[in-house]
Design a protein around this ligand. Structure first.
Ligand SMILES: *Cc1c(COP(=O)(O)O)cnc(C)c1O
Length: 227
């Protein structure tokens, strides 16, 4: 077996284990393969093994790979920071954007989304550990932004995304994810219909699944270390 097959199998197995440990259905967790800084040939190889959702952080790099892979049916997720001058390309080329943290960006994506593609799926990024270095809004700002996005026709609010501060301990990892899960529940109670918790990376995927993650974003465990 080559590495890609082994790695993907191992990640699928880990999802099954983590899900069964908390009595969840493994099928309720989408595996997003984060392919930033990896060549299009790696994506093609993962696609041939059945992987369909890929995440990219850098727009120019992503557009180039999309061009090389346009014969494949791929669901593309933008998981990087979004500046105003990138919204048109993102609205036209991607299926998901995970890092929305400003109403202005959301409005531009909605206006620029081609109608024939249907609404762009989006998540609001929450800065769950209040890190000054990180993008995302504070939880206190969430209801206002969520309600604003909910009104926009060209994008569909699917849920919340976070990148917690790195923690060694499983319990500390869980407690950050638990806060995001609670925030999603509270949005639902306010009548905002959303279903996605985009949380969990190579180092903290088990804790994220234990707290209800529906979408794990995995790079290193699938494609190897990035240089
Ligand atoms: C790079 C990246 C990932 C994947 O990280 P790994 O630790 O390699 O699994 C997930 N989410 C975001 C937002 C990223 O930038």
């Amino acid at each position: 077996m080559n590495n890609m097959r082994k790695n993907l199998n191992r990640v699928h197995e880990q999802i099954v284990q983590a899900a069964s440990a908390c009595k969840r259905e493994p099928d309720s967790i989408l595996l997003l393969a984060v392919s930033k800084k990896k060549p299009a040939s790696d994506i093609r190889q993962a696609w041939e093994l059945g992987q369909r959702d890929f995440g990219e952080n850098y727009l120019q790099e992503a557009l180039q790979k999309m061009e090389e892979l346009k014969d494949l049916d791929i669901s593309w997720h933008f998981i990087g920071a979004i500046q105003s001058n990138k919204t048109r390309n993102i609205a036209e080329a991607f299926d998901w954007a995970h890092c929305i943290d400003r109403a202005k960006i959301a409005r531009r994506l909605s206006e620029q989304r081609p109608a024939e593609l249907g609404p762009l799926n989006v998540c609001i990024q929450v800065n769950i550990d209040h890190e000054s270095s990180k993008a995302g809004i504070e939880l206190a700002e969430l209801p206002e932004l969520a309600h604003a996005i909910h009104q926009l026709p060209g994008i569909r609010l699917r849920g919340l995304m976070t990148i917690p501060a790195p923690q060694e301990s499983f319990d500390l990892q869980r407690s950050a994810f638990a806060k995001l899960a609670e925030a999603l529940e509270s949005l639902r109670q306010q009548g905002i219909d959303c279903d996605t918790l985009s949380m969990g990376m190579t180092q903290d995927m088990d804790a994220a699944i234990a707290e209800g993650s529906t979408l794990v974003r995995i790079g290193t465990a699938i494609f190897g270390e990035r240089v």
